[in-house]
Design a protein around this ligand. Sequence first.
Ligand code: ATP
Ligand code: MG
Length: 401
Amino acid sequence: MGLKDFTREDPIFTDESVLRDTYQPDTLIERDPQLADYQNALRPVINNAPPKNIFVYGQTGVGKTLSTDLVLEKLTQDANTYDDLSIEIVNVICKSLSSSYQVSIRLVNELRAPDDQIALRGHGSGDVYDMLWTELNQLDATHVLFVLDEIDSIGTDDDILYELPRCNANGNVDDTYIGVIGISNNFQFRDNLSARVKDSLCDEEIHFPPYDAEQLRHILETRAQPAFRNDVLTSDIIPLCAAFAAQESGSARRALRILYKAGDLARQTDRSTITEADVREADRVVEEGKTKAELESLPVQNHITLYAILSYALEDETPVRRKQIYQRYKLLADQIDADVKTARTIHDQLSQLTLKGILDVAERNEGIKGGNYYLYDFNVDTAIIRDALEKQHRIGDLFDK
Ligand SMILES: Nc1ncnc2c1ncn2[C@@H]1O[C@H](COP(=O)(O)OP(=O)(O)OP(=O)(O)O)[C@@H](O)[C@H]1O
Ligand SMILES: [Mg+2]
């Protein structure tokens, strides 16, 4: 058959961009209680009073970023009607920033002109804070609100979450009120915040719970309306996408991805309606994509362990004993010049990979003589593991050997 023509005819979508991750809807549905809390927490700003610091948390895909964008847009709009207010918003996605130091450098650069940026390393951390306070003291704003989205990436190094909310009280910044909004989808991060950070950052905590199937259905219906042609969706399609996503995580992002992928699968085979089978296949594809992304983002030590198990799997030797995994792990780590960790560390790692759903474990008992031992196998298709590992910088080389 060879190549087909590219044409603008599309049996499924009128505007597929509405279903993409990058699309920003201008209203938020099913989140009225959270929006009310959010607006209430920001009320002091409109009264030209010191802002409260806010910590927003909830699992991935539940509308934290979208709500924040919409609430702050509304706040700046409404503040325009008051002459005595001038509000600056500094919005930073901290995903690639792994320490308070890196975040504070980024904030200095956000406040400085493009031709006046500071280097990403080589400063004393006290110096960076001083630069930050200088920039803020020079600003001609009544309020600066810092949005630190995906702030969990700084881990336990949370000093910035103490310094920034405290900068007025500590006398570092005068004349401009500073407020901080921290956003995180990592519950462990929230639990591990140091007591002094909890004290200063969490004046208000806003929790975004997962969506249930009913809410997801409503969100999908609203999005589907401008995205699909008439009659593409039979009445069972959206409820099924919503049910899959609700069962897995309650994430609107996941629900939207399933619906989009289902449409894409129908289009690929030139059909003009989406079937239940498309939705099931789409759910599988979305899950696989998520697993791959998760696998790829693991640290190199995990990748070595997974490679060791993969090598057994390819020899048909799985499930495999923990002891044997460690033997092979040591050889491999040595081969790629990585640190060779202790058996204990690798055992912990195996448990963590099991908790993440990547591995499966079975406990065996050989009676008094043999004692207990653990057998591990993949809980994920080996082809997916292989794909993810092949892409890794050092591990990938092992496949050639
Ligand atoms: N209530 C809603 N109404 C309409 N769309 C929504 C709603 N909630 C989430 N979405 C959509 O779902 C996707 C994920 O939402 P958002 O980015 O706000 O999630 P998040 O909570 O910030 O997740 P993460 O922790 O992964 O950053 C976005 O495409 C967003 O437009
Ligand atoms: Mg987000």
